[in-house]
Design a protein around this ligand. Structure first.
Ligand SMILES: Nc1ncnc2c1ncn2[C@@H]1O[C@H](COP(=O)(O)OP(=O)(O)OP(=O)(O)O)[C@@H](O)[C@H]1O
Ligand SMILES: [Mg+2]
Length: 451
């Protein structure tokens, strides 16, 4: 039930408003002046305050300002009498939702109250979602590289500098991008993500820049592009190495000119976004192969970040495992769980080709598969954790790390594909990789898809 606080020095007005509002199913409260109103708001939460402009003691405007300083303030609708309408208008500029003129129209009062309640709910949800997002962008890990990464993030987040994040799949590149946004001056605006690998080539331009209605077959309605959606906020170009040369040149132009033109439109739109890009490819290699524009690379690579693979910072495994254990115990509404040191030792021995995402998937799996277990041991871990690591212990047959890694990854992926009867989607899920990523990996390693 929504609640309304009526603030007016005339008891007649309070009585009649209370009657109407209670008939409509609202809970009400009353105050005859600003001081009482503020005292009541400290003790009880109200959704909407109907606030007279003219009050004895502190006036409506001052009361409004104090209300706006509260932690989760109600929406305020000003009530203006004869000669106070200008003040009421001024109040809306100070954050009042709207104003009503005396004599009050019941219909208009009720409509306005309902709208104000909706606004309050949206604001509330919005705040909760942002808080959730911010809590999700916590980078867990106490290894030296992770500590350095956190420090770097906090130093450069408040600048507007473009960031390019390197790292293998599943290392936490997107998380780092979120963390930078959450600590930036743009944190109250949108974080907009574009996965350049997942969007078909012929759609990416309209995805990024939007299009006018009818500008190409299939453009049935006008579409706002991600550059515009991210205005004031951050645009995350995920897997930027997969962008075609044509799109690269349009992005380059947009960054240079700080403006762009939607597909099929004549009018340019000014851009105010901070661009964060990520890649799991070696862009300098892509440049030498002619797949990536060097000029775009230099514009994106203002501040480079490298997120190391999990196998190079195994000391983070215990913290991460326990972090995910808590996350999934909460998500599945289960009591808190423990994991034995012995099981943690096993997890630390594994090489984690799918990095943190793979670890997260393993923990989720054991939480789901063992609903009544409160203490996870070695025996609860999936068999794959044990099979790896012992083979190819020396690796002496390879001259470079690159070769050794490729050979290992190839063997590993072939084995997993085999276990899943060649089903790429299922294998990707098991490895904690995105399907598109596994496909590219297979292509690079010369593995043919059987599907
Ligand atoms: N240091 C960390 N602390 C907490 N969670 C992490 C950490 N690193 C990664 N994760 C979690 O692991 C998962 C994978 O991370 P993320 O999506 O950021 O990886 P990515 O590098 O973008 O992968 P891809 O290249 O496949 O897109 C996410 O659920 C993320 O929240
Ligand atoms: Mg990602």
């Amino acid at each position: 039930m929504s609640s309304i606080l009526i603030v007016d020095d005339e008891s007649g007005i309070r009585d009649s408003l209370r009657g109407v509002l209670e008939d409509e199913g609202f809970r009400t409260g009353e105050a005859e002046n600003g001081e009482t109103c503020l005292r009541l708001l400290e003790k009880h939460a109200f959704d909407v305050v109907l606030l007279d402009v003219w009050l004895p003691g502190i006036d409506g405007l001052e009361t409004l300002q104090k209300i706006r300083e509260l932690d989760n303030p109600p929406e305020v609708i000003m009530i203006s009498g004869h000669g106070t309408i200008e003040t009421a208008v001024r109040a809306t500029k100070l954050g009042a939702y709207d104003f009503l003129e005396k004599p009050l129209s019941i219909d208009r009062t009720l409509i306005l109250i309902k709208h104000a309640i909706d606004t309050k709910k949206l604001r509330h949800e919005n705040r909760d979602l942002k808080r959730q997002l911010q809590s999700k962008s916590v980078i867990v890990g106490d290894s030296v590289p992770m500590k350095a990464l956190r420090q770097q993030t906090s130093i450069m987040a408040p600048t507007n500098g473009r960031v390019l994040i390197y790292g293998e799949s599943g290392t936490g590149k997107e998380l780092v991008a979120h963390a930078i946004h959450a600590q930036s001056l743009r944190k109250d605006e949108m974080f907009v993500e574009v996965n350049c690998a997942a969007i078909p080539e012929d759609l990416i331009e309209s995805e990024l820049f939007g299009h006018r209605q009818g500008s190409f077959p299939g453009a049935a309605t006008e579409k706002e592009g991600k550059f515009q959606k991210a205005t004031g906020g951050t645009l995350f170009l995920d897997e930027v190495g997969d962008m075609s040369l044509k799109t690269q040149s349009k992005v380059l132009r947009t960054l240079d000119e700080q403006r762009f033109t939607p597909v099929g439109s004549a009018d340019a739109i000014t851009v105010d976004v901070r661009v964060i890009a990520s890649t799991n490819k070696d862009l300098e290699e892509e440049i030498s192969k002619g797949n990536f524009r060097e000029d775009l690379f230099y514009r994106l690579n203002v501040i480079p970040f490298f997120v190391p693979p999990l196998r190079e910072r195994k000391e983070d495994v215990p913290l991460l495992a326990r972090h995910f254990l808590k996350e999934f115990a909460d998500a599945y509404g289960r009591r808190s769980r423990e994991i034995t040191d012995d099981a943690i030792q096993m997890l630390m021995r594994y090489s984690w080709p799918g990095n943190v995402r793979e670890l997260r998937n393993v923990i989720e799996r054991i939480v789901i598969m063992n609903p009544t277990t409160t203490r996870f041991e070695r025996k609860h871990l999936p068999p794959l954790i044990f099979r790896d690591g012992s083979r190819r212990a020396s690796g002496g047959e390879f001259s470079t790390l690159h070769q050794a890694r490729d050979a290992y990854e190839r063997d590993y992926i072939l084995k997993k594909l085999d276990e899943n009867h060649g089903n790429v989607s299922r294998t990707a899920e098991m490895l904690g990789l995105e399907r598109s990523h596994l496909y590219r990996k297979m292509k690079a390693l010369g593995i043919a898809a059987k599907e």
